[in-house]
Design a binder for this molecule. Structure first.
Ligand code: GBH
Length: 485
């Protein structure tokens, strides 16, 4: 089993890309500067619902300090930087007629600064900060959002596409749809119909993604020659026991979370079979005439299928899944008939949901290889939190050492992994948890109005790893070293 495999002392392939990631609302601040419109996260955080009543109003002040951020990356020797673009800087109302040149200029400046420092930009169009004015008419539940998103993507491609060659349409749509419209942990904080709204949200995001991909493909690919895909979050779902029921349950859980988005895009334009079966079955038991899971038309299936150039994967953790009938209430999570637990032996982190399970990443990468016909893949996020932000973050180094070594093993298994992106460049606004959970390779002092950055040991370690492109081969093969974990 993967968890028993010894540490691999070996280098990555020469083309392998190394980077760090951030997102607009988590680092930029300047929430109402230079024409920017209000986003759902501005409104949500201003309502005082975040831990410690934190907001992203200033965050890391990267709107003003982006040149310093680029120097931190230059010092580490990264090949790429994954950042996101705030829709509300480009179109403050969400709609094309509100175009704001000053907002676009910020990203032009950032991209130019990256270029001057030989760092490849990887831009995410949507990392959860929907224009509030679109939310006021239903947000991702109203399918008119699709055309507005397409217009936004089109404008960004046309203005930045000469210099940006790696695009991601959406970051983790699962989180938008389940945490935003299912359980109200994230903006916009809706929890009216958890058995209906998350499915509608996903339906509209998948169609928005496909429209943006085709816009790029039709209008820009030939001249700009970039690549565009989506970034999906997936945990590894390990069967609780070896029973066929638990193995089927773990597979089902992976299909309900990752397959929800990946199956339409990477396979056949439609939701996973098991998901369609289970939601239909549960809907029928409720006495509904049709399934709560919406259906794509045949034309939409054709439009959605194959809208990718690579697989973008965010991965952090693993859970055990067991089979368990559950009809306690009507909800996306109860539609799955699963029981999810963690192993008490797995190390904890600064985030309750994040247990340290390095081998889960290798298992997941192999599952993706098998399920989606081994696409080129970038790990677009992976990392770990603590609560204190210590500079001597040996814990974080051990995390990265273990997870990145499992990426290397997956490459040895034949997985087409082309790059790895650490979350995050900086300590930043960790959504509902505010500034209390710190994922940074650099410490940020949020009590100082200047938001000074300090290098953690993990950033120095990452620099060395990048410089070696992995690990040196062991001279004495007869005494293999095992990772301390
Ligand atoms: C990623 O989400 C995000 O892309 C990134 O913005 C974020 O900073 C990073 O991970 C670290 O969290 O509040 O207990 O209900 C990863 C998926 C979704 C996992 C939100 C944690 C909140 C759990 N995350 N979820 S809780």
């Amino acid at each position: 089993h993967h968890k028993d495999a010894p540490f691999l002392h070996k280098k990555f392939p020469p083309y392998f890309m190394w980077g760090t990631a951030t997102a607009s609302y988590q680092i930029e601040g300047a929430w109402n500067v230079s024409g920017k419109g209000e986003s759902i996260w501005d409104k949500f955080s201003h309502a005082g619902v975040i831990h410690n009543q934190d907001t992203g109003d200033v965050a890391c002040d990267s709107y003003n300090k982006y040149k310093e951020d680029v120097q931190l990356m230059k010092e580490m020797g990264v090949t790429h930087y994954r950042f996101s673009i705030a829709w509300t800087r480009i179109f403050p109302t969400g709609k094309a007629d509100s175009y704001n040149a000053a907002g676009m200029q910020y990203y032009k400046d950032l991209v130019a600064e990256l270029k001057n420092n030989s760092i490849i930009p990887m831009a995410t169009l949507y990392h959860w900060d929907l224009p509030q004015q679109l939310e006021d008419v239903g947000g991702w539940l109203n399918d008119t959002v699709i055309e507005h998103y397409r217009d936004y993507a089109d404008r960004v491609f046309s203005e930045l596409g000469d210099d940006v060659k790696l695009w991601l349409t959406f970051n983790e749509p699962f989180v938008t749809c389940w945490l935003g419209y299912g359980i109200a942990v994230h903006a916009p904080g809706k929890y009216e119909k958890p058995g209906v709204d998350p499915y509608i949200c996903a339906h509209n995001i998948i169609r928005s993604h496909a429209k943006a991909w085709h816009t790029y493909d039709d209008k820009y690919r030939e001249s700009q020659r970039g690549k565009i895909s989506i970034t999906l979050d997936a945990d590894w779902k390990e069967p609780k026991t070896n029973s066929s029921a638990d193995r089927a349950a773990a597979e089902r859980a992976e299909q309900f979370k990752l397959g929800w988005f990946a199956h339409p895009i990477y396979k056949n334009g439609d939701y996973p079979k098991v998901m369609k079966e289970f939601v239909a079955k549960k809907s029928k038991a409720q006495g509904l005439p049709v399934s709560r899971l919406p259906q794509f038309t045949e034309a939409e299936k054709c439009m959605i299928k194959g809208t990718y150039d690579f697989f973008g994967l965010n991965h952090y953790t693993t859970q055990y899944v067991a089979d368990k009938e559950d009809s306690s209430y009507v909800s996306y999570d109860k539609d799955q008939d699963i029981d999810v637990t963690v192993d008490p032996n797995w190390a904890s982190s600064g985030s309750s949901w994040l247990k340290v399970v390095p081998w889960g990443l290798r298992s997941l990468l192999n599952w993706i290889k098998y399920e989606y016909n081994n696409p080129d893949l970038y790990v677009t996020e992976n990392g770990v939190s603590d609560k204190n932000g210590t500079l001597n973050d040996t814990f974080r180094i051990n995390f990265y050492n273990g997870y990145i070594n499992n990426v290397l093993k997956a490459i040895d298994d034949g997985c087409n992994v082309k790059g790895y992106t650490a979350w995050s460049l900086l300590d930043n606004f960790e959504w509902r948890q505010g500034y209390s959970e710190k994922f940074g390779l650099h410490y940020v002092d949020f009590d100082d109005p200047d938001r000074p950055r300090e290098t953690k040991d993990s950033a120095k370690w990452f620099k060395k790893l990048i410089n070696t492109n992995g690990w040196e081969e062991l001279k004495d093969a007869s005494s293999p070293k095992y990772h301390p974990d």
